[in-house]
Design a protein around this ligand. Sequence first.
Ligand SMILES: NC(=O)c1ccc[n+]([C@@H]2O[C@H](COP(=O)([O-])OP(=O)(O)OC[C@H]3O[C@@H](n4cnc5c(N)ncnc54)[C@H](O)[C@@H]3O)[C@@H](O)[C@H]2O)c1
Ligand SMILES: O=C(O)[C@H](O)[C@H](O)COP(=O)(O)O
Length: 372
Amino acid sequence: MKILADQNMPLVEQFFADFGEVTRFDGRTLQSEQLIDVDVLLTRSVTSVNEALLIHANKLCYVGTATIGVDHIDTDLLKQRDIAFTSAPGCNAVAVAEYVISSLFALCQENACTLEHKTIGIVGVGSIGSCLREKLAAFNVTVLVCDPPKYEAGQLAEHTDIDELLSKADIVTFHVPLVTTGKHSTLHLMNKARLAALKPGTILINASRGDVVDNHALLEIMRAGAKLDVVLDVWENEPSILTDLLEFVRYASVHIAGHTLEGKARGTQMLYEKLCELKGVQTGKALADFLPVPALTQVTLQETFSEADLGQLIHLVYDVRRDDGILRCNLASEGFDSLRKNYPIRREFSTVKVLDAGAYSPLLQGLGFVVE
Ligand SMILES: NC(=O)c1ccc[n+]([C@@H]2O[C@H](COP(=O)([O-])OP(=O)(O)OC[C@H]3O[C@@H](n4cnc5c(N)ncnc54)[C@H](O)[C@@H]3O)[C@@H](O)[C@H]2O)c1
Ligand SMILES: O=C(O)[C@H](O)[C@H](O)COP(=O)(O)O
């Protein structure tokens, strides 16, 4: 079996070698000829899997994307051609939720405020939105959620209309798929009118897809003096992003919110499990067999630890400002894709055991730390 895998996908050889020969490709430049005689295609979000790419795919029987978003895949075409397909739902939900938590604590530190009594609007309450909601549950905050498709399907008990949510929220964070048609389209969900209507001081976070926020409109209102704390992980027209926006963005990163080692590796594992299912073989390999020991494994809290120190603990594991620095210092010389490819190792909160957490145990557990 010939397996073609994106070069930025970890652990493919470890998981897939028993199925056949693994060849790597550059996700942005994959050509249709490279799919001749290929049985399995494993992609990330930068490869459009469409008619043009599959024109020479004479043996393709399985396509997997190690991502949650599937806006780069023509799933109808795969169905028509009887090619099995899977994405990796939930693989990086924890990673993105931790990106948001890290951003919020960094902003609180720099703005000399706390999360207490803030109203946080989560738009899109799927894997990521729900994970973030759970992490925020132990804090004294009001969480408003907006997810019309889920609400209409009876899968969400409460729901706040987007415009009402935007009018009330101190913090609004987007976790929707990119949908370009229909009544729940998310293309420019944050258009100029909605951006302009945000209260001064609002924190606006987009770690979903760049096109969900109209970047030119955002630039326009920021240039006109809007007072927003903007955090952008995703951008319109990646990798050629609107660099003029950077000076108005508090934390900017290169679409890496989901790129913890665990998040990326879970994606590969999920594609492996699907292939095992398709081939009717047992899944003999687990993530824990391959993940390296993290650099930081244990932290002991002292009696003096208080909620004011929480940011320090969170940022020990992951500080979004590292990634902001990477983008600002290297974008011009390295380029967006290269910074994604060479993203430094990042681990999840669950890789760190917190000792002597005492009264902070529930809060820390809720955030995802292991508490003993
Ligand atoms: N920045 C990153 O690294 C990164 C990582 C993972 C996912 N993502 C993006 O985040 C998106 C969400 O991920 P997820 O795992 O939570 O997906 P998910 O499919 O589990 O959840 C998405 C939710 O958005 C809801 N939704 C759809 N249209 C909506 C609308 N118009 N308004 C409000 N809600 C709407 C859906 O009903 C669903 O509940 C992905 O589609 C992907 O594009 C980005
Ligand atoms: O949709 C997703 O899962 C993410 O956007 C994904 O983690 C990031 O994209 P990629 O690294 O696959 O290009």
